[in-house]
Ligand binder design. Structure first.
Ligand code: UDP
Length: 330
């Protein structure tokens, strides 16, 4: 019988990382989860801890990464991932996608493992091309508040491609668009947990700007399927994975109001600096190369996500932020 595939997943205790752990466990792999728990939460992988084909390392991948034994796949998903996090921990945000990616590419090289890195639609910045295709190079402000994330992810793509061309490492790059689902952090400032949290607490929903900016939301199971297919494909160029169903943030607020039945209204707050005006993935390449497209409608996905948030305790709901970032300034 073939040896079980051994997979390292960084950011394993985070939203996407934990769903990926579930998927690779379900595929019968041996999964090594790694996380420094700055923004991740062990609750997301508690159910895996007792399994004999899962182990967890509490480690910061910005420092040298050691994993004993063989590795077939590495999935690099460690990173803060909300604009509020970038403002609070900008240097960690830069380090995990630059130094962290470098360490993991080095690990992939010695282990002869295939590595997939989590890039983002943020590499397109505030895009001048719509919808965004992979051959668009973007419109990014390197010194704005999002620069620490956007530029680190752009560097991540560059160094990943360099390890592929120079060292022959098997690499894959996924550009992830806005994704939602159970295990998102309730208080990370992202629009979906923000709106649902506000509805559950009986607060008004905060729309930033006039609400005409657009986003395209992908349900997490669809995203995981796209990533899984990309990993197993031969494609080394970046591939967009996201749901092209685009809506304005005002329409999105209306959907959340309807879903939750909240009697609250929307209130308007200033638009954060460099907030992209529009975002929608062109997924032609994912369709052609991976035979992938999203299956879960926003109505279905939002219902599952709302049920998850409803199941959280009042403690979770009213805690401003469960993370103390004070120790992570450098
Ligand atoms: N947003 C909002 N109210 C909130 C949080 C976010 O109107 O309480 C807006 C935000 O300005 C942005 C969009 O929703 O235009 C998506 O924000 P998020 O932080 O979720 O993701 P990103 O901007 O990285 O796509």
């Amino acid at each position: 019988m073939a040896r079980r595939k051994r997979v390292l997943i960084t950011g394993a205790a985070g939203f996407l990382g934990s769903h990926l752990c579930d998927r690779f466990i379900a595929e019968g792999c041996y999964v090594i989860g790694m996380d420094n728990l700055i923004t991740g939460d062990l609750k997301n992988i508690e159910h895996l801890m007792k399994l004999e084909n899962f182990e967890f390392y509490h480690h910061d991948v910005s420092k040298f990464v050691f994993v004993p034994g063989e590795l077939d796949y590495i999935l690099h998903f460690a990173s803060p991932a909300s604009p509020i996090d970038y403002l609070k921990i900008p240097i960690q945000t830069l380090k995990v996608s630059s130094l962290g990616t470098h360490n993991l590419l080095g690990l992939a090289r010695v282990k002869k493992a295939r590595i997939l890195v989590a890039s983002t639609s943020e590499v397109y910045g505030d895009p001048m091309v719509h919808p965004q295709r992979e051959d668009y190079w973007g419109n990014v402000n390197p010194v704005g508040p999002r620069g620490v994330y956007d530029e680190a992810k752009r560097f991540m793509e560059a160094i990943t491609m360099a390890y592929h061309t120079y060292h022959g490492v098997e690499t894959r790059i996924v550009r992830i668009f806005n994704t939602y689902g159970p295990r998102m952090r309730l208080n990370d400032g992202r629009v979906l947990p923000a709106f649902i949290g506000q509805a559950l607490r009986g607060e008004d929903l905060t729309i930033f700007g006039d609400g005409s900016q657009t986003r395209s939301f992908c349900y997490v199971d669809d995203l995981v399927e796209g990533i899984y297919r990309l990993l197993l494909s031969n494609e080394v160029n970046p591939v967009n994975v996201g749901n092209p169903a685009e809506i304005t943030i005002s329409q999105f607020a209306e959907e959340i109001i309807k879903l939750t039945g909240t009697k609250q209204k929307v209130i308007y707050q200033p638009l954060p600096q460099d907030d992209p005006k529009q975002r929608q993935p062109d997924i032609t390449r994912a369709k052609e190369i991976l035979g992938w497209e999203p299956k879960v409608s926003r109505a279905e996905g939002l219902k599952i996500t709302y049920d998850y948030f409803k199941s959280l305790t009042n403690d979770d709901l009213y805690k401003k932020e469960h993370k103390d970032f004070e120790n992570y300034k450098r």
